[in-house]
Design a protein around this ligand. Structure first.
Ligand code: FO1
Length: 321
């Protein structure tokens, strides 16, 4: 059903960049962001939700753009004291960020859902867009390696993505329930579903693995457009290309197209990969070539508008491109 609402699936830094562009391209009330929650974990007894928090901070204008995660103008007294007291130092919680984890953990313990906590945090940050965790149940990505399984943050932060990956598991996924608010949104007038340039394996796949998620998205009949997180054989940020190499998948836009084949209606690739467009199109997947590397806010907004125009074209809602 066509409409004017936009649903974006996001994880990681690249996802949040495009989400910011989308929040400027449409009225915030027209935007629903579905966040990957499988990076979530408990640290110092606190529930930390990196991909949800990166979207909150980004849309709230509070994000630490140097680090790509956490809050801007952060101080680190807590972590300095943790170190002095002999505590774990491998995962850094800034003093401001810590406040969010403390309040979230307290709210969850009092029985609030992740969706309710996230909505309250969004309101406190002046965010009008809907930010929906993919599910309110606790799901955790486990990274399989030749030497055993790692919790996601152990792989990503403690081991700096160095271990060779052989596969992924999403603990808790089988009993996870798709966010009911997302189901309601998908049953309403939606214009486009945008898969942001997030890691296909550890940011997007967990979202799509929530029981019923793929079916609900397909049943919406709404164009699904993905932005490739791979540009010229590398990921702009993060281990996506390394993972593809280790999984024996071409770490190229063709590899990304294969990953999403059968689910997306169009793939946006960067101009640096323009020569691959014909191959992808000949395999039956529409492609749009543009600049996908987002350095400025205008880059973010331009890419967001391009994704929406591509979705409109695929839905037959506009002739000229
Ligand atoms: N990433 C790091 O590389 N080092 C950290 O110490 C770190 C702390 C951290 C704290 C809160 C948070 O929301 C994210 C944090 N991240 C850190 C990033 C996080 O591991 C990633 O953003 C996601 O899990 C992958 O997208």
């Amino acid at each position: 059903m066509s409409g004017d609402h936009i649903v974006a699936l996001s994880g990681g830094v690249g996802g949040a960049k495009l989400v910011l562009g989308l929040s400027h391209a449409v009225a915030p009330e027209q935007l629903t962001v579905v966040t990957n929650t499988a990076d979530d974990f408990d640290h110092f007894g606190l529930r930390v939700c990196p991909d949800t928090d990166t979207v909150l901070y980004t849309l709230g204008g509070l994000s630490n753009t140097e680090l790509g995660w956490g809050r801007a103008n952060e101080t680190w007294t807590f972590m300095k004291t943790v170190a002095a007291l002999g505590g774990a130092e491998w995962f850094n919680l800034g003093d401001g960020d810590l406040a969010l984890h403390v309040l979230r953990t307290e709210a969850l313990k009092s029985g609030q859902s992740q969706t309710e906590v996230t909505a309250a945090m969004a309101r406190s940050m002046g965010i009008a867009a809907a930010i929906l965790p993919m599910s309110d149940q606790f799901i955790q990505t486990r990274v399989n390696t030749p030497h055993g399984q790692l919790a996601f943050q152990e792989y990503f932060v403690r081991d700096r993505c160095e271990p060779q990956v052989t596969g992924f598991e999403f603990d808790g996924i089988d009993s996870a329930v798709i966010n009911p608010l997302l189901l309601a949104t998908l049953e309403g007038p939606v214009r486009a579903i945008i898969i942001a340039p997030s890691n296909p394996y550890v940011s997007v796949d967990p979202i799509l693995a929530v029981p019923g998620m793929r079916a609900a998205i397909k049943a919406s009949g709404v164009p699904v457009i993905a932005v490739s997180p791979i540009v010229a054989g590398t990921a702009i940020k993060g281990p996506a290309a390394k993972m593809m190499d280790e999984l024996g998948v071409p770490s190229t836009v063709v590899g990304v197209a294969e990953h999403y084949r059968g689910f997306i209606d169009g793939l946006i690739i960067d101009q640096q990969d323009a020569t691959a467009a014909a191959d992808i199109e000949s395999s039956g997947m529409p492609v749009w070539v543009t600049q996908t590397v987002m350095k400025s806010l205008d880059d973010r907004i331009d890419l967001a508008n391009t994704a929406l125009a591509f979705a409109d074209q695929i839905a037959g809602r506009s002739q000229s491109l």
